[in-house]
Design a protein around this ligand. Structure first.
Ligand SMILES: NC(=O)OP(=O)(O)O
Length: 314
């Protein structure tokens, strides 16, 4: 009798915001970033026993900080944003891998292979988003400070932040390699900072000066790899109506139709909850099984369906 091959573990994609490393009110020292990462990594280590894992991450605070560092030094040439995004993939990939490795060892898993992949994401050179910067990056400024800055800023729920252009992701260049790596048992960290933005130039790619939204890039990856659960981990309990108002109300389940209506009603702020909602809708709308938005410190419960906002077709 032929032996049946074991059923492969389901695939879980966890998208971590840049705020998984730098929290509200923190300046973002390396000690703070490593300490903050322990919370999601301990949970992901536990989940790796039952799931094939892909981790994506944001870079908003970090890439904006790198821009400021560039601009405060005239002794060396300045680097374009695409290179700074690549730098954040390296620095954050390193921090995630080493923190996750420690978390795995803490639960007795000593042989789990991990890899951080430099990832390109194709964008459309005619995307209208190139005409108007919209993605908040870097530190939070007061209104007075922001008014005197030599670059555009936007008011966010935390204060004023610099904005850069942010075209929509079209496809993940390394999607096949990522699929092969998870099938071979690796935990893969990829599409960091939304991926290095590139446009097609014949048979190759040219980098462009932009920062892609990591939630939208993660949705694209989730769809292209065919993950079972797409979990967006953030700093609030889930999707809320009237966020920050006395009548704020969290949603435990939301249909695509309801979510679209809540967007039109203006419940979600651009550059914050809006791209997360759009990413979850994109994944479920393309036939994805589960999309959940939940708190960073409640990833395991969200995977178990006990917290967060779950998106459903209807
Ligand atoms: N690139 C990106 O979307 O980063 P954040 O999630 O940190 O904003």
């Amino acid at each position: 009798m032929r032996e049946r091959s074991p059923t492969p573990k389901p695939v879980l994609l966890v998208a971590l915001g840049g705020n998984a490393l730098i929290r509200k009110g923190q300046v973002g020292t390396i000690e703070e970033q490593f300490a903050n990462l322990k919370i999601p990594m301990a949970q992901i280590a536990r989940l790796s026993k039952d799931y094939r894992i892909i981790i994506t991450h944001g870079n908003g605070p970090q890439v904006g900080n790198l821009l400021l560092q560039q601009e405060s030094c005239d002794a060396v040439p300045r680097l374009p944003l695409e290179i700074l995004v690549a730098q954040t993939q390296g620095q954050i990939g390193y921090m995630i891998e080493s923190t996750l490795d420690e978390a795995l060892m803490a639960i007795g898993v000593n042989n789990q292979p991990l890899v951080s992949l430099i990832s390109y994401v194709v964008v459309d050179k005619n995307d209208m988003a190139f005409l108007a910067p919209s993605k908040p990056v870097g530190p939070v400024f007061s209104q007075e400070k922001a008014a005197g800055l030599p670059y555009p800023t936007v008011k966010t729920s935390k204060g004023y932040r610099r904005v850069v252009v942010s075209p929509k992701p079209v496809t993940i260049v390394e999607k096949r390699e990522i699929k092969r790596l998870i099938d071979a048992g690796f935990i893969v960290v990829c599409c960091g900072g939304g991926g290095i933005p590139v446009v097609r130039a014949g048979r190759t790619f040219d980098g462009v000066d932009a920062v892609i939204d990591k939630d939208l890039a993660s949705a694209c990856l989730a769809e292209e790899v065919g993950v079972d659960i797409f979990l967006i981990a953030t700093d609030v309990d889930g999707v809320a109506l009237n966020f920050g108002q006395p009548d704020q109300r969290y949603l435990s389940v939301v249909s695509l139709e309801e979510a679209a209506r809540h967007i039109v009603e203006g419940h979600f702020s651009a550059g914050a909850m809006l791209p997360k909602v759009e990413a979850a809708m994109q994944f479920i709308g393309s036939g994805g099984k589960r999309a959940v938005i939940a708190r960073l410190d409640r990833i395991v419960e969200a995977v178990d369906g006990k917290t967060g906002t779950e998106f459903v077709e209807e």
